[in-house]
Design a protein around this ligand. Sequence first.
Ligand code: FES
Ligand SMILES: [Fe+2]
Length: 338
Amino acid sequence: MFLRNCWYVAAESREVSRQPFGRVLLNEPVVLYRREDGSPVALEDRCCHRRAPLHLGTLIGDRLRCGYHGFTFDTSGTCVAIPGQDKVAAGIGVRSYPVAERHRYVWVWFGEKEKADPTLIPDFSYNDDPAWAAVGACLHVEANYLLLVENLIDLSHVPFVHSSTIGSAEDTNPKLKTERGEGFVRVTRDAPGISTPPSMRALGFAPVVDQSKIITFKPASNIWIDIPTKDAAPVAGRNEPMQRRVMILNAITPETERSCHYFWVNARDFDLGDTERSAFFLKTVTQAFNEDKNILEAQQKNIELDPKAPTLNVNADWGGVQAVRMMDGLITAETARA
Ligand code: FES
Ligand SMILES: [Fe+2]
């Protein structure tokens, strides 16, 4: 069961073109393409005739023709032509979805169409703000999306999973601040005087840094992680301590109950035009998030062996527990209204 009245990232903008593209989202097959004017379209990717995926079809202008027997659909999903027939009965077609493009993503709304307000699109503006340099990708993860939400809110895993990439092995005892407000959960981890994570060492930081991680979750599955880092010790030849800020944006879209699409972005407010720096972050963070993927997929398999096996909550779980409770409440309320 998923929250439906909200915007989900369906694809990176660069993935959507005049070549129809299929992706399963919230258990529904969706085909994405662009009209001739460049604006995106999202339709059910399942032909109403014999359920062939429409992304295997062909665009004729703004219309999509099924690749199996040639039924043709307009951008509203209405079937407008059937080979061998002069007429198409009214009401034949596939579902269309409200769609919007913002912050280098194509967003789709799965709930009630009249509620699809583009002002509700999460603020991922770091992704296209000229004051930031952003790199990112989409990672397919064979695990329920809430396992990834928990993973990103509870960063106590970082020293264990990521000590060779983006984490410090000493970052095990941070000062934690937690907050739950209207429509958000926030966890702040302050870790002064930790050994510098490998990714930060490569930027030229001192061997010891002060680092914070400010993690904000908003439904359904959007997480912003603000990571300011600063030299904790003087460095020869450097008058001022080095300070850098990295912002990790995370949008997770369920594929099925046991898999999700993980859209991530690493944005930085320094070395903006430096393509080598961008390539470095793309490579390092990809490596790090594949470390998460390995754990999450193994965790999912264990859960499926015995979904009732007990779990245990400790201090570090507070944020993840709050986020999952918030989602439970929202889904229950939405389902009750339906
Ligand atoms: S399945 Fe699409 S036209 Fe037959
Ligand atoms: Fe991680």
